[in-house]
Design a protein around this ligand. Structure first.
Ligand code: IVH
Length: 669
């Protein structure tokens, strides 16, 4: 097969895989297969940069925005919905519809009920089937142009999958992050001693308004479409039909949790069901959107002010409850961080029973002035993690007890330390059983070693029975030892053994991540693995080499080097290798001395995608940087290059045009 055909086929394959995964929720390729195809495509495109097109799946991430977001008029205003609370207001809303249309109770309306996703409203414009612009809601009349960021979201198609692409097609919907992803991110922030994101909505808002699309791309955002905006050349009779077309066009539409209801009574039933159901789904919702299905009727109903008459948002009562704190306990994390938690009498919040809420850290507890015995207001933050909102001080009796933050680890009694400038106390004992349990949970997790037959319960047993004293011991467990554990039959023991055996060949990046080194998340692990290729090379790398990797930096670099220098850790790694652990080498790149160690900065509008250009540089041993300094070796300028080009001239850095750069790539040795 010639490479042009292969490139076309790979693009088709990856596009289809994206659609299956992100839109249909029905993956057609395994992660590994997807990875192989993507790597092959990057390799081919690096060799044949002239064949890179802006719609190749390798080009999701473009150049950072220079200057401010521009604001653009919406084709049709983005309105808001009238809120209704309780059955009475819902009936009142329908009554106004009847009055406006001059119809009596004998006419039964058809409604579409949809979950109201608590995310960020977006307008996505497609011209002749191509995604050309994405806007935030803004003030409803004009929004901010964040196309460069929305292009990185995999649930947003670049090309409509409709046969005869309409000249104009505007999809509207909500960008959001799933609850589980959000919790994972915050857990990671916490374990790295960083501040927590307040709620999924703020996190989403921050993510789509980044100047650098790389940051947006690194965040697990997704998109549900809930209506069409402006369009040409299409005809629909009902809203439901337009949703079907949106889905056919390649968008995620929440059909699974939406329904056509006949009459307001059915709407009421849907709302009651959804009030329970919404606790179980992976996104935060704050109500139900009820829409008249018939578009002709919608048209007749029109608007009152900024709200359509034909739709409303049924809002659930914000769930806050009062309860009494029975006790305050302290949990120990993987890095030894001590997190206080309030335990209270079981209470129902937003449909689930909660018995505890995090108090984050000592400073946070002081700020809220929480004592044992206090009555407090509990809320499910963003309807997700229960948190203590405030103390009802007027209900104090004087018998409340101050909580003294422990000076010893509650699990191993080692004196705790609070490093300067940090908000958390830590247990410094590397052998602390609580830390070991958390470290093991991280080690076996998906995305790390992926030993899926080992879960929290088994880990507790391993630690309690002394079967595992460090991460490496996981590989030394025998079937006999497993079968001696409570409730472990031969078959399950064999399954666990197979699962461990199957995890012995992780990628280097996953192994590095699994070790749980502070400040080393999945991304940093990838960068380090890519740079050094083998575990041996990482182990012998100098601090400068590690810290020098673009986007790794001194904090993570120091942490890695210190971890590797620790004699205990060295023993653990050797023990793992002796037990048969064989991390796969990361693909080693050909290098070219004109590129090795050299720093490249791309600026201005390039016809080549910035990420592809950066990938080429990296493949040949160079580094791509974001800003121009004395350390920069080459600046590649596109059209309208601004301050970076000026600076390059000023300090005398070599400036190349895009063509000159490509020439340099083609002359690869
Ligand atoms: S339809 C006329 N459907 O709720 C407005 N909106 O206050 C038509 N939202 O900013 C909006 N889920 O971003 C509609 N299934 C859904 C929705 C939804 C969430 C948001 C939307 C808008 C706000 C309305």
């Amino acid at each position: 097969m010639n490479f042009e055909t292969e490139i076309a086929e790979l693009r088709e394959k990856l596009d289809q895989a994206n659609h299956q995964y992100y839109i249909l929720d029905n993956p057609s390729l395994t992660d590994a297969e997807y990875d192989v195809a993507m790597r092959r495509l990057v390799a081919l495109e690096t060799e044949h940069p002239e064949l890179i097109t802006s719609d190749s799946p390798t080009q999701r991430v473009g150049a950072p925005l220079e200057g401010d977001f521009s604001t653009v008029d919406h084709l049709l205003p983005m309105l808001s919905l009238q809120d209704v609370r309780g059955d009475e207001e819902l009936l009142g809303w329908e009554k106004r519809i009847r009055r406006h249309l001059h119809v009596g109770d004998d006419i039964v309306f058809e409604y579409v009920c949809e979950p109201k996703i608590d995310g960020l409203a977006m307008s996505l414009i497609y011209q002749n089937g191509k995604f050309v612009r994405g806007l935030t809601r803004g003030d409803g009349r004009r929004g901010e142009d964040i196309t460069h960021n929305l292009r990185t979201i995999k649930a947003i198609p670049w090309q409509l999958r409709l046969k005869n692409a309409p000249s104009l097609f505007e999809a509207r919907g909500e960008v959001f992050i799933g609850r589980r992803d959000f919790e994972k991110l915050n857990a990671q922030q916490e374990s790295e001693g960083k501040s927590l994101y307040a709620n999924p909505r703020n996190f989403g808002a921050g993510s789509v308004r980044q100047k650098d699309p790389k940051i947006t791309a690194s965040r697990p955002l997704t998109f549900f479409s809930y209506s069409l905006g402006a369009y040409e050349g299409l005809k629909f009779v009902t809203h439901w039909e337009s949703l079907q077309t949106l889905h056919e066009a390649g968008f995620r539409v929440n059909f699974e949790k939406s329904r056509i209801c006949h009459g307001i009574e059915e709407v009421g039933n849907f709302i009651k069901e959804w009030d329970i159901e919404r606790q179980k789904v992976d996104y935060a919702t704050d109500g139900v959107v009820v829409k008249i299905n018939d578009l002709q009727l919608q048209n007749e109903l029109g608007f009152v002010g900024r709200n359509p008459r034909w739709a409303c948002a049924f809002k659930f009562a914000p769930e806050e409850v009062v309860t009494k704190i029975k006790n305050i306990t302290v949990n120990v994390g993987r890095t030894g961080s001590l997190t206080p938690a309030a335990e209270f009498e079981p209470v129902e919040v937003a449909g689930t029973t909660v018995v505890a809420a995090t108090l984050h850290n000592e400073d946070e507890m002081r700020r809220k002035d929480v004592k044992i015995g206090d009555y407090v207001i509990i809320r499910k933050a963003g309807e997700i993690i229960p948190e203590v909102v405030s103390v009802l001080k007027e209900r104090r009796t004087g018998e409340e007890i101050d909580f003294i933050f422990p000076t010893e680890c509650p699990r191993c009694q080692t004196l705790v330390v609070r490093p300067e400038g940090e908000a958390v106390y830590r247990c410094p004992n590397n052998a602390c059983p609580a830390r070991l349990e958390r470290a093991l949970e991280h080690f076996v997790a998906r995305g790390a070693m992926n030993i899926d037959r080992i879960g929290e319960k088994l880990i507790k047993q391993f630690v309690a029975h002394g079967l595992v004293q460090d991460l490496a011991d996981v590989f030394l467990i025998t079937k006999e030892q497993l079968m001696n554990l409570e409730r472990m039959a031969e078959k399950s023991a064999q399954n666990v053994m197979n699962s461990i055996e199957g995890a012995k060949k992780p990628t280097l990046a996953r192994l590095l991540y699994a070790l749980g080194i502070r400040y080393v998340g999945a991304n940093t692990s990838e960068l380090i693995a890519d740079k050094f290729g083998t575990l041996d090379a990482v182990r012998t790398a100098t601090l400068e080499e590690i810290s020098g990797i673009h986007d790794v930096g001194p904090i993570a670099g120091n942490s890695v080097r210190a971890w590797l220098d620790d004699a205990e850790n060295q023993k653990i790694l050797d023990k793992m290798l002796a037990a048969g652990l064989a991390p796969q080498e990361s693909e080693q790149h050909e290098t070219d001395e004109r590129f090795v160690g050299k720093s490249f900065v791309f600026t201005g509008a390039l016809s080549l995608d910035r990420r592809a250009a950066e990938a080429m540089v990296k493949r040949l041993g160079g580094r791509a940087a974001g800003s121009v300094s004395k350390k920069t070796d080459f600046v590649i300028i596109g059209e309208n290059a601004g301050s970076k080009a000026d600076k390059a001239r000023e300090i005398g850095v070599t400036i190349l045009s895009e063509d000159e750069f490509l020439e340099m790539i083609r002359q690869q040795k």
